[in-house]
Design a protein around this ligand. Structure first.
Ligand code: MG
Length: 399
C-alpha cells in the first residue's frame, strides 16, 4: 500500500499522476492534493479520489469551493503552510511535486526533512539549491526520484548502480550523460526569433506540458535547467553533461560509462511512463502507454545545440559555473520573464536579455547556496527583474 500526496494536482503532471494512480488500483491511495485555481477540476478530483486533505493556494478559489467539500476530506487554509503540512504527513509514503516554479521549494524541503520519498517534477528548487537539497536528503534519509523525462531516463539507466539517497562517486563510473532535447518548436526556424508569439512558443512539437515549461523548452532554458538539475541530482560535473538535440524525442537520455558502454532509455514521448515509474519504483507495472515501434520510427537523429540561436542555454550553464546564488537568480528571473512574455509585455528574445541583465548584476557568493540564500536570491531576483522590466534596461543587453 502506498499513500500518495500530490502537490499541483490540476497541472499536467498532477492530472497524469492521477490517471496513472487510478489505473494502478487500490494499492495506491491519494491522501492529499493541492492546486492553485482550477477549482472545477480540483473539485472533480476530490470527489473521485476522496483525499483526506486538500488545499488550494488561491484565496478566491478557497472561498469558491469551501462549501462543496465532501465529508472525509478536510480543506486546508489557502496558504503555503498547507502544502508544507501535506508534504510531511506522517502517513505519506510518496510525495509527488508537480507544482511549477519556486513555490514548490518550501514544500519540498518539508518533505525532505520528514524523510519522504519524493517524485519530483518541479525542477526549479533543484536549480535554485540542488546541491544543498541533496545534502539534506542524505541527512534525513529522504529520496528524490526524478519525474521529468530526461532525469528519469538517467535515473532508469543507473538503476542498481546507486541508491537514491546519494550519488557520490557515481562520477567515477560515468564518462558522460547524454541529455537529449527535442529542440522545441524553433529548432529549424531560420528567421529571427524576435517576432515569435506566445501561441507559437506554446506549440511544442513533441510534448504536451504546462505553459511555463513549454516556453522554457522553446528558449532551451529548460535544457539549461535540466543540466543543472542533473549535475545536482547525480553529483556530476558540467563537463560530463552533453546536450544533444534529438528531434524525435524517442531517446529520453542516455548514460555513457567508463568502459564505453552506453545505456539509453527509449520510448514514445508520454509523461505517464516516468510518472508511473516514480510511483511504482522499483517495480514496473502495466501501463496504457503506446509501445514504441522501431520500424515506425526508422530514423533517429542527433544534432549539436545552437548556442547562438538559443542564448538561454549558455546563460544557464554560465549560472551553473558561477554557482552560489546565480542558479536561483536564473530560475526566478526566468519565471518573471516567461510570465511577461506570455502576457505579451516583452518579446520572445527579451527573455534571454532580461535573464542576462539580472544575472550580470547578481552579487557573487561563495560555495553552494544554502536554502535561505536561495530563497532570498529568488525574492531579490524577482524584484530586480520587475525593475528592469519597468525601466526597460534589459533592452540594452548585447545578447
Ligand atoms: Mg524534460
Amino acid at each position: 500500500m502506498k499513500n500518495i500526496v500530490i502537490l499541483g494536482s490540476t497541472g499536467s503532471i498532477g492530472t497524469s499522476s492521477l490517471d496513472v494512480i487510478a489505473r494502478l488500483g487500490p494499492r495506491y491511495k491519494v491522501i492529499g492534493i493541492s492546486a492553485n485555481n482550477n477549482t472545477d477540476l480540483f473539485l472533480k478530483q476530490i470527489h473521485s479520489f476522496h483525499p483526506r486533505f486538500a488545499a488550494v493556494l488561491n484565496p478566491e478559489s478557497y472561498e469558491k469551493i469551501k462549501d462543496q467539500i465532501p465529508e472525509g476530506t478536510r480543506l486546508l487554509p489557502p496558504e503555503i503552510d498547507s502544502l508544507i503540512f501535506m508534504a510531511s504527513l506522517p502517513s505519506a509514503d510518496l510525495v509527488i511535486s508537480g507544482v511549477v516554479g519556486a513555490v514548490g521549494f518550501q514544500p519540498l524541503v518539508s518533505a525532505i526533512k520528514a524523510g519522504k520519498t519524493i517524485a519530483l517534477a518541479n525542477k526549479e528548487p533543484m536549480v535554485m539549491a540542488g546541491k544543498t537539497l541533496m545534502k539534506e536528503c542524505e541527512r534525513w534519509q529522504a529520496s528524490i526520484i526524478p519525474v521529468d523525462s530526461e532525469p528519469s531516463a538517467i535515473f532508469q539507466c543507473l538503476a542498481g548502480m546507486a541508491n537514491e539517497h546519494t550519488y557520490h562517486n557515481l562520477a567515477q563510473d560515468i564518462s558522460k550523460v547524454i541529455l537529449t532535447a527535442s529542440g522545441g518548436p524553433f529548432a529549424k526556424r531560420k528567421n529571427s526569433l524576435s517576432t515569435v508569439t506566445p501561441g507559437e512558443a506554446l506549440n511544442h512539437p513533441r510534448w504536451r506540458m504546462g505553459k511555463k515549461i513549454t516556453v522554457d523548452s522553446a528558449t532551451l532554458m529548460n535544457k539549461g535547467f535540466e543540466s543543472i538539475e542533473i549535475m545536482n541530482l547525480f553529483d556530476l560535473p558540467e563537463k560530463k553533461i552533453q546536450i544533444v538535440i534529438h528531434p524525435q524525442s524517442i531517446v529520453h537520455s542516455a548514460v555513457e560509462f567508463n568502459d564505453g558502454a552506453i545505456l539509453a532509455q527509449l520510448g514514445e514521448p508520454d509523461m505517464r511512463v516516468p510518472i508511473q515509474y516514480a510511483i511504482t519504483y522499483p517495480l514496473r507495472m502495466e501501463s496504457p502507454v503506446k509501445k514504441l515501434n522501431l520500424f515506425d520510427i526508422a530514423k533517429l537523429e542527433f544534432f549539436e545545440p545552437d548556442f547562438a540561436k538559443f542564448p538561454c542555454l549558455e546563460l544557464a550553464l554560465t549560472a551553473a559555473r558561477a554557482g552560489g546564488i546565480a542558479p536561483a537568480v536564473l530560475s526566478a528571473t526566468d519565471e518573471v520573464a516567461v510570465e511577461a512574455f506570455l502576457k505579451e509585455e516583452i518579446k520572445f528574445t527579451d527573455i534571454a536579455k532580461l535573464v542576462y541583465t539580472v544575472l550580470k548584476s547578481t552579487p557573487q557568493t561563495r560555495g553552494d547556496a544554502t536554502l535561505n540564500q536561495a530563497l532570498d536570491a529568488d525574492e531579490w531576483a524577482r524584484e530586480r527583474a520587475k525593475e528592469c522590466l519597468q525601466s526597460k534596461t534589459y533592452k540594452k543587453a548585447l545578447i
